[in-house]
Design a protein around this ligand. Structure first.
Ligand code: KG4
Ligand code: ZN
Length: 335
């Protein structure tokens, strides 16, 4: 089954063709980063407009790169929640138009479920159940993937997402938006123990996170020392190590308590080299199987949306043409 998927939940206009949820035939992305850089973050109105401008060309590129005609597509999918509502509407309505014109099924996909499904593209043998750590710009979740379309959140951040903490700290150092990848590059070769950061505990759930304290600790270091002394590999390495160590601790504790031996990472922040290395080393030490998406499928892309769409389709989850986008919706709820 060939699915053409559209992703426009934030600042990437993306389209992809994937076969049977596993084999990506194409993965086209038009990034808006340059436009938003000027403002230090995503401007929703600009994002929506740029999606409108790019969507037709990006979808055409995905079909062209796959060498597949529109008539050969079996279903159309789009990210419908969560995200910037104006941005989501562009992709969802474009997908509705295509589905209606072609007389093909429409599949609405949850963005975080799609991030999890990025793992199916990189590892054709991976199948639920497994425990997944989703770390993106807007979300930090520990999720039980019970089957392809059944999820249970066992831990989450109480405030900032991990990506937000990385981006805001990078911004304090004067690094451009989005700061995560810049911090990653700056920290290469730095000493991860040169600066100390807390591992905040939150009451009520041992797997929950709080990243705002880490961000404030970075701000306090900045107040104590001049910015120039912090714009160095040691500070970047230490902050990333603190984030990675904190993510690993709660995630591996949840895995041990819940009895999972198969684990996966998902979301833009799982492109981070420190997190990938730390998690891999600790899983190897504990004899746990760790799945990590290829870098191309970590950040927002449409191939992961098509992968999840395949499983939503098989579960009978189809959307009507009256389907609406939802800016916030739990991963546990079926669209
Ligand atoms: O999943 P994603 O592309 O978009 C959302 O759904 O939010 O995640 C974006 C986040 C941003 O915070 C970005 O800085 C972060 O992923 N990110 C990284 C790296 N690459 C992307 N953070 C740290 N290191 C990286 N290499
Ligand atoms: Zn995302």
């Amino acid at each position: 089954m060939r699915i053409l998927a559209i992703e426009t939940s934030c600042d990437e206009t993306a389209a992809a063709v994937v076969e049977n949820g596993r084999r990506a035939r194409s993965n086209a992305i038009a990034s808006q980063i340059e436009a938003h850089k000027l403002y230090g973050g995503v401007v929703p109105e600009i994002a929506s407009r740029m999606h409108v401008e790019a969507i037709c060309a990006v979808a055409g590129e995905a079909l062209g790169a796959a060498g597949i005609a529109l008539q050969e597509i079996d279903a159309i999918a789009a990210t419908a929640a969560p995200g910037l509502v104006g941005a989501l509407l562009v992709g969802l309505n474009y997908a509705k138009g295509l589905a209606y014109a072609l007389g093909k099924p429409l599949i609405a996909v949850h963005h975080l479920r799609a991030h999890v499904a990025a793992n199916y593209l990189s590892d054709s043998t991976l199948a639920p159940p497994f425990l997944c750590l989703i770390v993106s710009g807007g979300h930090t979740h520990i999720v039980e993937v019970l089957d392809y379309t059944t999820f249970r959140v066992v831990g989450r951040t109480r405030d900032d997402a991990a990506g937000e903490a990385l981006d805001k700290t990078a911004r304090l150092l004067g690094l451009p938006y989005p700061g995560g990848p810049h911090l990653d590059r700056l920290g290469r070769g730095g000493d991860p123990n040169a600066f100390r950061f807390p591992r905040p505990k939150v009451s009520g759930n041992p797997y929950d996170y709080s990243f705002s304290g880490l961000k404030t600790a970075a701000l306090n270091q900045l107040r104590l020392k001049p910015e120039s002394s912090l714009l160095n590999p040691d500070f970047a390495a230490s902050f990333q190590y603190a984030v990675a160590d904190y993510l690993c601790r709660n995630f591996l504790r949840a895995a041990a308590d819940l009895g999972y031996r198969g684990l996966a990472l998902a979301g833009g922040v799982c492109a981070n080299s420190v997190l990938r290395a730390e998690m891999k080393a600790r899983c190897e030490q504990q004899g746990l199987a760790l799945h990590v998406p290829e870098l191309a499928y970590c950040g927002d892309n449409a191939a992961m949306v098509a992968a999840q769409a395949y499983y939503e389709f098989r579960a009978g989850h189809l959307a009507g043409l009256d389907y609406n986008a939802a800016p916030s919706l739990s991963i546990e709820e079926t669209l």
